[in-house]
Design a protein around this ligand. Sequence first.
Ligand code: GLY
Length: 431
Amino acid sequence: MKVLVVGSGGRDHAIAWKFSKSPRVERVYVAHGNAGIAATAPCVNLRTIEEMADFAQKERIDLTFVGPEKPLSAGITDLFESRGLAIIGPDSKASRLESSKCDAKTMMRELGIPVPEFENFSDSDKARDYIRSVGYPVVVKADGLAAGKGSLVCDTASQAEEAVRQIMEERVFGDAGRRVDIEKRLYGRELSFFCFTDGTSIVPMVAAQDYKRARENDEGKNTGGMGSYSPHPWLDDSLVQTIMTRVAQPLIAGVREKYGIVYRGVLYLGLMLVESQQEVIPYVLEINIRLGDPEAQVILPRLRTDLVDVCEAILAGRLGSLKPEWDPDYRLCLIATSGMTKGKKGWYKGYPDRYKIGLPIDGVDRIDPECLVFHSGTEMDSSGRLVTTGGRVLCIVSSGGTLGRAREKALAEMEKVSFEGIYYRKDIGLE
Ligand code: GLY
């Protein structure tokens, strides 16, 4: 079988790696990939969804799996399905659940799914009036896609008003800021929960802990993710049951029955668990329509079941009869980012602020082959040297019978990697 993976980050590298392990897969292509992914699977320089569909037809690709949200929102699934090509990922209608925070929250409220109190605004003055009237701390979210950076958590009304100004008037996230979702800020425990679904049946995956803040002790700016680990210490069977019955099942059945959305693929729920009168209420903070990055890097290595079998069950609508198997050992992902460096015009602060690219990377070949290395922002320069091209550069995924052992291993292996300004959090998995 031939598989095409769409994406070019660490998550997409992990997806390509997982397919490459399948005895049923003879070839994996990645569009458009990066230098590290190219060592796992051939990368093809396809930039538009039409080019990808043409390639899939020409090369007789049997299965396409989409990593990031952008091609899904752009309608890659609708396009492939219109040409009779098998593809895993929600269609453009279902993608609204991620590409519009406002529409997603409204649908969930109508379906009786727990969400924080919220209102949506397309007028910044009305948004400010609302912030002054509610009298509690809020989170201001740009409605559209903003690479994971569009949620501004505010302590005070004046911070929230400033967030509205930046998002709606300064348009720091572009057109994603035409509308805002203003939510009551909740306090509890955050958890990322992932499922496979065929539109009717839902199979939960194992959970992962993600670290979004740039600096240790969860300080600094929000990033796309600085590390992760799995299994998650809070996710026991009873919590899985609560999330399934209060969120995942009513969501998938509700969007199908009320809005005609048949949601197929991966469902990623960003939850805040709030304890109330001896029960835990899983409030939905956000829905993503894909695997998380860097959660996929620790979840997929634990999946013992062939990913092709999971995909076929989704496509055939028989996910209900599939019971994926998981390796109980820990996986821990440590991300090396482009940190502080001195440029011609002064200091660059480093990811998620400004950073240098094109810096030679050494030591990747010395990493213990028992660990996995997934690349996010790398390329080969004209002299064939591996260099940085992004804020998140690459990650090491270690395994261990305990979280502590996995953590020590990843840290020891990361010491072997060097590039100017390399920065990684040393507290990933330090619970
Ligand atoms: N790890 C967060 C995300 O993938 O959106």
